[in-house]
Design a protein around this ligand. Structure first.
Ligand code: NAD
Length: 490
């Protein structure tokens, strides 16, 4: 709801507990990244609000978990229908709240958010369990799967509704009830989703959404004894805290974390497709996708040609006002994040790196009202050593580094030479090489000659510091259910 405070009118969000909107006593400022102005007040929830939400979710669990998968699927499909009917409103809101372009929200975030419900509504109907015979001792063994209870769901700011629904949908499809906490920086579309719950037929208490910061609301949720499983997407640093906090309760944890994703480009690659896709994989959504490419290793014989063409293509990747359909990128999430991303470019320069385009090289032409927005142009750097923080740490912005390699072994070792292991792309026309490298790369997802092609049935997740566990059709079902082995002697 919009409320006036002094001369300003702000959007005030409320928690959604037990099927009702519940006002909160204190609020956090939420900024429009494209102007740098506060436009929304997000509840600053803590232990008390989380307690109420967990209690509502516990009350709703017996009835919801007793429904048939078909009955639950019907509700999920209805939610998807309603989201699609309100697609444009959601897209505009996501863009304003996050800084991304309206076009990206309209074609990626919101359609995928609706599809998450549709996908899990369908996939929950198709799971089967195992059975084994021990006829020699007259025994039959089989497994059953049961929903776990109240699921705690915590999501980040980069793909707000997309990643939140990627958790809510499989959790409730499997019969759990949930308490979700979106990022305090991007809460608006989650709040809009709550408004559709009743019409979709989601019973009160099945989906509860608590708004607030990680250290207060998030921590209270992770540490709640009646929340036996937590699905978390965010940074590796926060995941360490989540792991420690949930350890005393032996909670089931799914952790989807950061990446420092390599592209490995061999001399025989289809360069037209490779360059076009690698520009996209480096800079889409302002480079704020965990799967974005940030280290590009190119076989030395084509290195100069690649760099020249790649820089030329990156210069055409336009950054500006999010509502302008001519722009590829909008604004970064916050002033602090923009400063962090810029600091990596400054560090690269200090270390002798060359900034070919973007930050400090190209000027953005922004309208007056967007001059204080958090914009940064697509930036390409070369000449940075593999051990530099620029090549080791997740920057999570429109910055990508290019570096040469000589042999296949060297490419694999460079690709694997970071603590992360989320995604990689491999570019070559040689089928044997593609298979060899894909197998040796330490990453949960390897795309060869493409990027971000997703079949939601397949496992999604990271190795090393990029995560624990996998999400996807079967994997999410396994996470959101407990399996039990039953032996019958007859
Ligand atoms: P973050 O870790 O700061 O926050 C993520 C969520 O955790 C937010 O909702 C935040 O409020 C909450 N949180 C913070 N401290 C907490 C605490 N002590 N206890 C409980 N919850 C807490 O991450 P971010 O900056 O919002 O998101 C960016 C990060 O997310 C990047 O590292 C990115 O790579 C990662 N990410 C990973 C995936 C994936 O699928 N692997 C997808 C998207 C983003």
């Amino acid at each position: 709801m919009a409320k006036a405070l002094g001369q300003h009118s702000y959007l005030f969000l409320e928690n959604f507990i037990g099927g009702k909107f519940v006002p909160c006593r204190s609020h956090i400022d939420s900024y429009d990244p494209s102007t740098g102005e506060v436009y929304c007040k997000v509840p600053d929830s803590g232990r008390e609000e989380v307690e109420a939400a967990v209690a509502a979710a516990k009350d709703a669990f017996p009835d919801w978990s007793a429904r048939s998968p078909e009955q639950r699927a019907q509700v999920l499909n209805k939610l998807a229908d309603l989201m699609e009917a309100h697609l444009e409103e959601f897209a505009q809101a996501e863009s304003r709240d996050q800084g991304k372009t309206v076009a990206f929200a309209r074609t990626v975030d919101i359609p995928r958010s609706a599809y998450n419900f549709r996908f899990f509504a369908s996939s929950v109907l198709h799971h089967t369990t195992e059975c084994s015979q021990m006829d020699h001792i007259g025994c039959l063994n089989y497994t059953v799967r049961c929903p776990v209870g109240v699921a705690g769901l915590i999501s980040p700011w980069n793909l707000p509704l997309y990643l939140l629904t990627w958790k809510i949908a499989p959790a409730i499809a499997a019969g759990n009830t949930v308490v979700a906490k979106p990022s305090e920086m991007t809460s608006v579309t989650a709040w809009m989703l709550c408004k559709l719950m009743q019409e979709a037929g989601v019973p009160p208490g099945v989906v509860n959404i608590i708004f607030g910061t990680g250290p207060r609301a998030g921590d209270a949720l992770v540490g709640h004894p009646d929340v036996p499983l937590v699905s978390f997407t965010g940074s590796t640093a926060t995941a360490q805290r989540v792991t420690e906090r949930s350890a005393p309760y032996c909670k089931k944890l799914s952790l989807e974390l950061g990446g420092k994703n390599p592209a490995i480009i061999f001399a025989d690659a289809d360069l037209d497709n490779c360059i076009e896709t690698t520009v996209r994989s480096s800079f889409s959504n302002q480079g704020e996708i965990c799967l974005c490419t940030s280290r590009i290793y190119v076989e030395r014989s084509i290195y100069s040609e690649f760099l020249e063409r790649f820089v030329a293509a990156s210069k055409k990747w336009k950054t500006g006002v999010p509502s302008d359909p001519g722009n590829n990128n909008g604004a970064l999430i916050s002033k602090e994040h923009l400063e962090k991303v810029r600091s990596f470019v400054a560090l690269a320069k200090c270390e002798g790196g060359v900034v070919h385009c973007g930050e400090g090289v190209d000027q953005l032409d922004l309208p007056e009202q967007n001059k204080s927005g958090y914009f940064m142009p697509a930036t390409v750097i070369s000449g940075v050593s593999d051990s530099s923080r620029v090549m080791q740490e997740e920057i999570f912005g429109p910055v990508t580094c290019v570096s040469p390699f000589d042999t296949e072994d060297e490419a694999v070792s460079k690709g694997n030479g970071v603590r992360y292991g989320l995604a990689a792309t491999v570019w070559s026309r040689d089928v044997g090489k593609v298979h060899r490298v894909a197998k040796r790369i330490q990453a949960g997802l390897v795309w060869t000659n493409c990027w971000l092609v997703r079949d939601l049935n397949l496992p999604f997740g990271g190795m090393k510091n990029s995560g624990v566990g996998r999400e996807g059709g079967k994997d999410s079902y396994h996470f959101f259910t407990e399996v039990k082995s039953v032996t019958i002697q007859h």
